[in-house]
Write a protein that binds this ligand. Structure first.
Ligand code: SF4
Length: 434
């Protein structure tokens, strides 16, 4: 994506300073739509609770919540719950909190800064760790330790490394070590045993500098395991080359199948299944353990994300049910003055169009049904520990058939000519339809 292009050009960031004012097309209508949105949040218990929780602790409340559901992937996705997770609960993080802040003009302000005052892990975090980063440096290696996790997150920020990819790749290496597929000869003498947080911290430094074993880790879990061979590939927890985030698909199956089918690979920011995670009732309630029948939920969530992102709006607004497509549509037409944006059906079509353009790109580049898959472990091994123990994703192929049918794609996962023309994307037909 854009990050890769910037990286190739040694471009770290772009900062833009403006002096003019941005005026909405219809300020009065915009104000009314904002008021309607606030009413929606107040009137819905789930929306107002999540608003307060996010404002107070940020996403970190997910640590205790995910463990209570048994969907906190532990030991490289073998377990659904981590023993001792109370030690890293949001209440423990609150004790080290130094600042709360957020994006411009957002009332939620979900970011938290922490300080470890002294000792080996002394550091000041700029923002975070958030839920994903805490999980990436605790669940993956089965180590419920607070201070080393803040330190790991801070170091990843310093050296410009993604915490999920780093943590999951390290968790994979720990499992390879346990299984004897790598030894201290491969790891520069480090003993990658579960709970060894200090070894994980050293691996971050080695990866950033591509030193020794870090040179292999820097390739990510897929290429690392491919290079090692010997069956190591089975322990890379990824989809389409992207490491899976901190939601156990066996206990949250619509979320899991969203990971499997997401155009960008496993991604918790796209198509988040709030219905099964938080009990959101829109468009309908769902059973997180259902093996089939939830393809419509996955499609709905993916399309909602695509729609909301057209307004450059934070994904938490759809995840936490702080906005509806109808209110979003009113905000957008008031801001832009483009009449079609006031028609929700038009916005659903825009969302589908976005999703199909992305899919067409992926198909043209060689992706397809074979890549819409959860890791083998999720399909064949039953989850251990916690309330979702015994679950696995049993009917991935049934799900994919239903999902492709709903999307108007063929059974290989390729958008049909009819679907593309219906969406006004006829120019893509020659690229992907055989
Ligand atoms: S816009 Fe989103 S990410 Fe930014 S502070 Fe608000 S809720 Fe948090």
């Amino acid at each position: 994506g854009v990050g890769t292009v910037m990286g190739a050009k040694n471009l770290k960031a772009l900062a833009i300073v403006g002096t003019g004012r941005v005026t909405p097309h219809d300020p009065k209508a915009l104000k009314a739509a904002v008021a309607e949105q606030l009413e929606w949040v107040k009137a819905n218990p789930m929306s107002s609770v999540s608003f307060d929780v996010m404002h107070t602790t940020g996403t970190i409340a997910g640590i205790e919540y995910g463990n209570s559901l048994g969907t906190f992937p532990t030991r490289n996705n073998r377990w659904g719950q981590m023993e001792g997770f109370e030690k890293i609960a949001s209440s423990e993080y609150q004790k080290l909190l130094t600042r709360k802040y957020g994006c411009y003009a957002c009332r939620v302000k979900c970011y938290c800064g922490y300080k470890v005052k002294s000792g080996r892990y002394k550091c000041v975090s700029v923002g975070g760790p958030n839920y994903e980063s805490v999980w990436a440096f605790t669940g993956t290696i089965d180590s419920p330790e607070l201070e080393p996790t803040i330190y790991a997150d801070t170091r990843c920020d310093d050296v410009g490394v993604d915490t999920i990819s780093m943590g999951v790749t390290i968790g994979c290496a720990f499992e390879l070590f346990e299984r004897g597929l790598i030894t201290t000869k491969d790891t520069d003498g480090l003993k990658l045993v579960w709970g060894n947080h200090d070894a994980a911290l050293q691996l971050i430094e080695k990866t950033a500098r591509r030193e020794g074993f870090g040179d292999l880790l820097a390739e990510g879990s897929v290429r690392m395991t491919q290079r090692l061979g010997r069956g190591a590939e089975a322990y890379a927890m990824h989809i389409k080359g992207q490491e899976m985030p901190g939601y156990e698909p066996r206990g949250l199956k619509a979320q899991g199948m969203n990971f499997a089918t997401a155009n960008v690979g496993a991604n918790h920011n796209y198509g988040y299944a709030s219905q099964e995670i938080y009990g959101v009732q829109v468009p309908r309630p769902t059973d997180p353990y259902a093996d089939e029948g939830n393809a419509d939920i996955t499609k709905y969530n993916q399309d909602v994300t695509a729609m909301i992102e057209t307004g450059i709006q934070c994904t938490f607004y759809s995840i936490c049910d702080w906005i509806t497509p109808e209110i979003f549509s009113k905000l957008l037409v008031a801001a832009t003055g483009i009449p079609e944006h006031g028609d929700v059906q038009h916005m659903w079509k825009v969302a589908e169009r976005i999703y199909n353009i992305e899919r067409a790109f992926a198909i043209r580049e060689g992706f397809g049904r074979k890549d819409d898959s959860l890791p083998q472990r999720i399909l064949t091994e039953e989850l251990q520990k916690g309330p979702a123990e015994g679950q696995r994703v049993r009917k991935q192929d049934v799900f994919l058939d239903q999902y492709y049918d709903l999307r108007g794609w063929d059974r290989s996962g390729i958008p049909t000519e009819k679907k593309l023309r219906e969406l006004g994307l006829g120019d893509l037909v020659s690229d992907i339809v055989k």
